[in-house]
Design a protein around this ligand. Structure first.
Ligand SMILES: [Zn+2]
Length: 394
């Protein structure tokens, strides 16, 4: 950790775009305060939730589905499948973007829960070789945003499913209370960025990967009027209780960490980011749980002091699948640092379109967080070349 550390959560001076007020509280904690005020839970949240469900049902009248939801096999999306179906009677379409790196547990979880609840599953499976080429182009480019193809692929798959079934609502499983607020200017993603990186560092052509082009995004926002909503914002969501319930009712299995249901994501969080970038994203979740009173600050700081757990055989699996020798991997980890600003992206265009996206965010056509994070200029913190990095033995 780098001093100063926020007096309320555990964000420290190494978090990008952090500021501390006179009480030593960080701007990310203040963001969460604003969200708490805007999205109360408890009885007031229940009123909001009932109103939201009524709107979604009205929009789904005469159609096969009321809303769609992205599923990963993780706790948040699985719990939402359960609660929105059982307690609120919504007719959901579950949507999955399969980047072919799923853990077996995740795939089984998705099937167990959707089958038991009789929920249809719409899956887009990308061509494995093509996806690995996209992934490796981000690795060779030397940027931090290696998971961008997965995130963009999911967003595009959801929009395609919504278009096909004329669905008006997209359920997003984010909870600021358990997941917190990701630092601004750390991770970046957009369709033009994917193309630009792949044009320079990829080898094959992109055919089965659904990219989220701006013209498509605009069409979905304006013509199809697809709205994104976050039910967990209104709910008293107890993640530990949710895991227990899912295990008892559906035989769902916990895989040991947030975002770890996919092998590539696990490699990214527990190996690549800490090793190459000295970034440990567990801080986001731990900070959220400190703010929410689930951990004490000292407990969270002690957890951060322990290195992230790297699953047995994970790095070997990664290397074997991508045919990378130990030296190849070490060379990728020591590449000069590069940033999304070194490539063609939509960022400047998003900034010029800020007033437009303000209206879109106000009418729920883009998440509020998109408006905050993508339409404002952010400083990219450039770092010293990592050539001298010590790469741990796999
Ligand atoms: Zn804070």
């Amino acid at each position: 950790m780098t001093e100063p550390i926020c007096t309320r959560c555990i964000y420290d001076a190494s978090v990008p775009n952090i500021e501390f007020d006179a009480d030593g509280v960080c701007n990310y904690c203040r963001q969460i305060d604003e969200l708490e005020e805007k999205f109360p839970n408890g009885p007031a949240g229940q009123v909001e939730m009932d109103a939201l469900v009524a709107k979604i049902k009205a929009a789904g009248k005469g159609r096969k589905y009321d809303a769609l939801i992205g599923v990963s096999g993780g706790c948040d999306s699985s719990y939402l499948l359960h609660v929105l179906t059982k307690d609120y009677g919504l007719r959901l379409l579950a949507v999955h973007f399969d980047n072919t790196w799923n853990s077996t547990i995740a795939t089984e979880n998705i099937h167990k829960v959707t089958k038991a609840l009789d929920i249809d599953l719409y899956t887009h499976v990308v061509d494995a070789r093509e996806f690995d080429d996209l992934h490796m182009s981000f690795m060779r480019a030397g940027v931090m945003d290696v998971e961008t193809p997965t995130d963009i692929g999911l967003a595009a798959t959801m929009a395609l499913a919504a278009e096909k079934h004329k669905i008006k609502y997209r359920i997003d499983g984010h909870s600021f209370r358990t997941e917190g607020s990701a630092p601004m200017g750390l991770i970046y993603m957009d369709a033009r960025y994917v193309k630009s990186v792949h044009d320079q560092y990829g080898t094959g052509t992109v055919k089965s990967f659904p990219n989220l082009w701006l013209h498509r995004q605009l069409r979905w926002m304006l013509l199809r009027n697809l709205k994104t909503v976050r039910p967990l914002y209104h709910m008293d969501y107890d993640k530990e209780a949710a895991k227990k319930l899912l295990t008892e009712l559906y035989g769902w299995t916990w895989y040991g960490g947030h975002h770890l249901e996919n092998r590539m994501t696990t490699f990214y969080h527990s190996y690549l980011l800490p090793t190459r970038w000295n970034v440990d994203l567990r801080i986001i979740g731990y900070a959220a749980q400190v703010r929410d009173g689930r951990f004490s600050r000292d407990e969270a700081l002690a957890l951060m002091a322990e290195p992230p757990h790297v699953e047995d055989g994970l790095v070997e699996y990664y290397q074997k699948r991508l045919r990378l020798s130990d030296d190849d991997l070490a060379a990728l980890i020591r590449l000069p640092y590069r940033y999304y600003t070194d490539f063609k992206t939509y960022k400047k265009l998003f900034e010029r379109m800020r007033p437009f996206f303000y209206v879109m965010a106000k009418t729920q056509r883009v998440p509020w967080s998109f408006y905050i994070k993508y339409t404002l200029p952010h400083e990219v913190v450039r770092r010293e070349n990592p050539a001298s990095l010590r790469v741990p033995e796999a």
